[in-house]
Design a protein around this ligand. Structure first.
Ligand SMILES: Cc1cc2nc3c(=O)[nH]c(=O)nc-3n(C[C@H](O)[C@H](O)[C@H](O)COP(=O)(O)OP(=O)(O)OC[C@H]3O[C@@H](n4cnc5c(N)ncnc54)[C@H](O)[C@@H]3O)c2cc1C
Length: 387
């Protein structure tokens, strides 16, 4: 069963073709394995290669890097379909690579870094992670403490990162380090190869949701990397991080749209089959109306998300506010829909046989990762006052 969806003024036939091929990939490669991967706490490394072969890991990067040369709306379409495989963790692991780890590299890195790290990651041969958060610095990125001290033509890196998605098995990390003064202007971004002596993976973190993505603590003890691994210019790391957060936030908003569609689909199927007091649940007005509200939340999120994607693709300054609104709204909408569909399933909603409780747990983190809802409100309110 598939749920009726408005035709979108934003999407082209090319997006529809992309959607159909991602949906096939999900049917064949992800959904049949979702339960096993969620239980195992990871998905096979080979999936990056398969996603790379399909062109899913670089869809919006230039063709000369091996990418698809498409737009942020294509990223949205990929995200919406990937999460319908009932393993949000798998989608998170793939997008942490293709969007979170690679976007600053694609825009700012030199040709050697592109060739050594970005191009193989787009093909799915290497795994990348983004390393910004630290034990004492999450929302407050400007207070990170991991240092990169210059020694000749090397940086010597010491410190730690936490909550890093793909971190435990990454080949490289797009790493935020302090190369200068305290505060935002002392931050730089480097490509950190994980086979560098002195690097170690700490605890793999046991998460509430997105369990098939591996997330961990990382330690750097006097790790030496060439200064040529610097992304863009020294001291501009914070600017690069902030300008690429837009893509990360869009990914979460688009994940939310896909999850709402999937949950509404699962919910309608259950509500038409399950009977109580001699009537299918769908026979009760309360449930029909709750589905109407869920569908409206989903379409409102989609509209905000596609609008933000268009503004980001066009490089419009309003993109930052639009994507913050999309993410803020998306997190609340999908948490509401997940709770409603869980309630609809009664006792069965509490049993791990169905993907419903898993989605309920997965979306709890949507108001945290890639910038919390409080930070989204802060960004939106600052722009309102400026406007
Ligand atoms: C599953 C998962 C995967 C992640 N993956 C990555 C990754 O790959 N790479 C990476 O670098 N990071 C990653 N993160 C980290 C994530 O970006 C941070 O958790 C997030 O930015 C919040 O930081 P924090 O956890 O330190 O919370 P804090 O910043 O300590 O915030 C705690 C609470 O205080 C609120 N708060 C903070 N500042 C303000 C303020 N100014 N006004 C009002 N309220 C405020 C927050 O909104 C939150 O509710 C991941 C996190 C999770 C949970």
């Amino acid at each position: 069963m598939s749920v009726a969806r408005f035709p979108s003024v934003y999407l082209s036939d090319e997006h529809a073709t992309l959607r159909a091929s991602v949906a096939r990939f999900v049917d064949e490669e992800i959904r049949p394995n979702a339960e096993a991967w969620e239980a195992a706490g990871e998905f096979p490394r080979e999936l990056y290669r398969k996603a790379g072969d399909m062109g899913l890991l670089g869809v919006r990067y230039p063709e000369r890097f091996g990418g698809g040369g498409l737009d942020f709306l294509s990223t949205c379409v990929i995200c919406e379909e990937l999460v319908k495989g009932d393993s949000v963790g798998t989608a998170v692991g793939l997008l942490a690579q293709s969007e979170f780890a690679l976007s600053a590299l694609a825009d700012e890195a030199n040709d050697e870094l592109i060739e050594t790290w970005l191009a193989p990651a787009v093909r799915g041969e290497k795994i990348g992670a983004i390393g910004v958060s630290e034990p004492a610095a999450g929302s407050d990125v400007a207070s990170i403490k991991t240092t990169a001290r210059r020694d000749g033509d090397e940086y010597v890196i010491s410190g730690s990162k936490t909550y890093i998605t793909n971190g435990p098995r990454a080949d490289f990390i797009t790493l935020a380090v302090r190369t200068g003064e305290a505060g935002a202007r002392g931050i730089s971004l480097v490509v950190f190869p994980t086979d560098t002596p002195g690097f170690s993976v700490g605890k793999r973190l046991d998460k509430l949701g997105s369990r098939a993505s591996d997330t961990g603590e990382l330690y750097f003890d006097e790790c030496r990397i060439p200064t040529s691994n610097l992304i863009g210019e020294e001291g501009k790391g914070m600017h690069y991080i902030l300008s690429h957060f837009g893509g990360e936030r869009l990914v979460i908003a688009a994940f939310a749209v896909g999850i709402m569609e999937r949950l509404i689909e699962i919910g309608i199927e259950h509500a038409t089959q399950r009977e109580a007091f001699g009537s299918p649940l769908m026979g009760f007005q309360t449930w029909r109306h709750r589905f109407a509200e869920m569908a409206t939340r989903c379409e409102a999120t989609r509209a905000l998300t596609y609008q933000a994607a268009r503004l980001l693709s066009d490089g419009e300054p309003a993109g930052e506010m639009a994507v913050s609104m999309a993410k803020l709204h998306a997190a609340e909408a999908v948490q509401n829909v997940a709770a409603e569909v869980l309630q609809l399933h009664g006792g069965y909603g509490q049993i791990e046989e169905s993907p419903v409780p898993r989605y309920y747990r997965d979306v709890a983190g949507f108001s945290i990762g890639a910038g919390t809802s409080e930070i989204m409100r802060e960004i939106i309110s600052r722009q309102l006052v400026r406007a």
